[in-house]
Design a protein around this ligand. Sequence first.
Ligand SMILES: Cc1ncc(COP(=O)(O)O)c(C=O)c1O
Length: 388
Amino acid sequence: MTERIREFLRNRRREGLSDGPCLVLDTEVVRENYQKFARALPNTRVFYAVKANPAPEVLSLLAKLGSCFDTASVVEIQLVLAAGATADRISFGNTIKKERDIARALELGVRLFAVDCEAEVEKIARAAEATGVDKAEVKVFCRILCDCVGAEWPLSRKFGCAPEMAIEVLEHAHRLGLEAYGVSFHVGSQQRNTEAWDAALGSAAAIFRECGLRGIQLSMVNLGGGFPTKYLKDIPAVEAYGESIFRALSKHFGNRLPETIIEPGRGMVGNAGVIEAEVVLVSKKSKDENEVRWVYLDIGKFGGLAETMDESIRYPIRTEHDEDRLAPCVLAGPTCDSADVLYEKEPYWLPISLEIGDKVLIEGTGAYTTTYASVAFNGFPPLKSYVI
Ligand SMILES: Cc1ncc(COP(=O)(O)O)c(C=O)c1O
């Protein structure tokens, strides 16, 4: 929580505008985060994962700072271009793309694409032919599976292929005339283990070696995201990630270090944002005095806090009564869907004096909130966002 955010919220209240939940994001924190990444991983290009928060002010700041961008769709590519970055700073990092979207990306000048199977490679080759783009200028990197152990928001088996298969996929790209550029992986989001990159880098180095034997010189390793933001638990500093990654790169690649890329999303914007929300109801389900309290906020899973799914991400919540005695409660959102409960399996500790109408501040909410908010579920508008 920065002084600038505090000041913004004070002014908003003074002007009587504090109705409904809203995210306030401080771009100064994003600037600091970018600089920390650049310092901690000095020879690595930063591709900000736009999906974490695509606010135009965030994108234009990062474009000015020299960042590149990892995008998941044509709309994200267009947002990045509108923010002032050139197409050579954009990667189409989603492994699941429509062929016509690949063609559109090529027309917009994008030349860097993620794949995890031969069918996706073929789409890219066909789209390049259809748009008249020289295939030798189109770079593809193959994503490999990662076990995501240690991550609080694991990315499962949906993306990536087995390392042995990546060799075939890259060879296929080479055969079709595309540039087989390298390997990517994602160690799982909110990865609190700084050593998590080691095993994947071991696999990447083995793929480099085997491709080399087949006459294909790969150049790049995309280290993905996974860099955490501070929620309730402490996290290692970004410098510790930088050191551990450099150690693992040297261990597996020796003195022939590849070009490297990182794609931080959460770690770039998470701690830059705070959501101000309001207590709508405090109640109990029976008169039993041991019965747990239910606290209902005006924001829930459908209003932007989707990452509370399975109670994975536990946001710090500040109230004006934080000096008072705390007691556990079930914390829920305002909609008429029983899935709209934030924390119940592990109840959340909030002050017993918390009352209907009180404001609460949900910290660490700069990433994966605004874009997860539903359009109008139950008539509630999408999460408001102010970027300062
Ligand atoms: C391809 C890719 N890169 C980067 C990210 C950002 O990850 P994080 O927010 O953990 O930094 C994601 C997140 O889903 C992703 O899918």
